[in-house]
Ligand binder design. Sequence first.
Ligand SMILES: [Zn+2]
Length: 307
Amino acid sequence: MGAAAVEDVLFPGIDVRVTAVHATEERVAVEASSCGQPPACPDCGWPGRRVHSRYVRRVAERPLVGRALVIRLRVRRFFCERASCRRRTFVEQVPDLSERYRRHSVGLRRWMRAVATFLGGRPGERLCRVLQLPTGRTHLLGLLTAPVVPERAPRVLGVDEFAFRKGWRYGTVLVDIEAARVVDVLPDRDAASFATWLREHPGAEIICRDRASAYSSAVREAVPEAQEVADRWHLLHNLSSAVEKTCHQHRSCLRKQAEADRDAEPRRIINPLPPPTLPPTKIAVRTVDRYSDIHRLLGQGHSVSEI
Ligand SMILES: [Zn+2]
């Protein structure tokens, strides 16, 4: 294979020239020189023309057929020749390969960030060890960048608590309901923090929250003009606990009625309500199946506790 082909295989579209390749059983070291257009001064934008010096930096790349890949990248340092600029020299970066102060290549960082996003710290670290990606838990977590928080709250803002660690530490998650996107995360679930956030991010017209929580007082305090609604989950949760409580209170009446019903002729319901039409989601199908199973077993004479 000629030298030109090595660049095409290892660095397609990247301005480097490979000068040597050293391979051992564990790793491959590639010596390469940048050969792109001279860059501009990062401070003043003046194009670099005169080379001050050259030096070699080590950049870790994604592994090559199971072997760690290191690039000994020879880069140029340029003079900034603009008299008014305070910077005397600057080092070039190779686009899509090297970044200022970084020991890892652009592509390797992209991989590691993906691992951190999908797996988090410890599991990510274990996977990286197997994949020969040189990193640790803390470094992985440091690659996660928080999304930019918008200056204004979304029109319909959802707020709910979530557990950093269940039963231990809780935070608050804020969601743009219309876009179905998380907009921010607060480190606790206090009314005061949420009220501060609401004041710093105006614009919420409807606030969708859990039932009767601290969040409600924050809304009344910070954006009294916003309309508060209970979110669908909590609405159903409220309904089911109310039904459960009522049924529990009337247990003896229900039992009496059930006994009377068993002895009597089955009543005919005149003009029943039409059955609700539900989308056939997995959970709906399962509930309907379970309901018919229960009634089939009841019909066969099994008791409720048996079923
Ligand atoms: Zn300059």
